[in-house]
Ligand binder design. Sequence first.
Ligand SMILES: C[S@@+](CC[C@H](N)C(=O)[O-])C[C@H]1O[C@@H](n2cnc3c(N)ncnc32)[C@H](O)[C@@H]1O
Length: 281
Amino acid sequence: MNYRHAFHAGNFADVHKHVVLLGVIARLTKKPTPLFFLDTHAGRGLYDLHSDDAARGDEWRSGVGRLHEAKFADPDLATYFKIAATASGKTARQFREYAGSPLLALGALRDTDRIVFVEQQPPEARALERSLPRRRGISVIAGDGYAALKTYLPPKENRGLVLIDPPYEAEDEFAAVEKALKFGLERWPNGVFAIWYPIKAGGEYRRFHASLQQSGLRKLLLLDLNLRPVDSPTGLNGSGMLIANPPWQLDVGMKQTLDELLGLLSPDKAGSVRVEWLVGE
Ligand SMILES: C[S@@+](CC[C@H](N)C(=O)[O-])C[C@H]1O[C@@H](n2cnc3c(N)ncnc32)[C@H](O)[C@@H]1O
């Protein structure tokens, strides 16, 4: 496995995923009781947007690059951008680096929350460790994120969130994610789970949805953002987020957020937002 997230860091899918991630954390942190956060496929802390890897596709220019001059009406978008700018160490609007999910989540979580980051590639895990503040309650594990579900769930806090964000390079990744979600919810029925998935032609994500609808799981919310019609023949058409056990009214809040985000990321208006219960209560 030689997946390099640096190619994609800060692209439209990263922005969409991170806006939703921080939207979920903002709602969970309204109550003062401590949370547990597990990031099963954490990546590194910071990605240099001008490295050779990032510059090859320049994907960030049509992602976070489109937000540099934006004014945000929606509070969740404003919070996301503030945390992303602060995490990259810049207050200027043009930042040279983009923070991954670990540093963004840390920007929104409290010192009383317990956090576990898992990353399989040792160099990435070491880079992540170097970028994190040294304090109790934050661990980096170099290993398999799926196996970590068994180790860490259910957490003693009994409140919190698991982010599952694999690279989808393996053919059976959708199946692995589905198995992980079922296992995670069996272990921790009231945990919140956020799963990222790619929306491409070929319908793999539709089979994933259909299989989850048959699974007996409840309270599964889709918060997708498509930049192009979902069956456009090549590339990543959309970025999918599935939330199990979403916080109260996340669907209502995120509809407004994602509509505004779509306008900023897709100036040609070819895209769409899908906020829909795949399975309700
Ligand atoms: C899409 S990237 C993660 C991006 C990160 N979550 C973010 O939002 O900034 C996927 C990461 O998963 C790592 N990875 C792949 N298979 C893994 C596994 N089985 N367990 C843990 N990490 C894995 C890859 O090395 C890569 O860094």
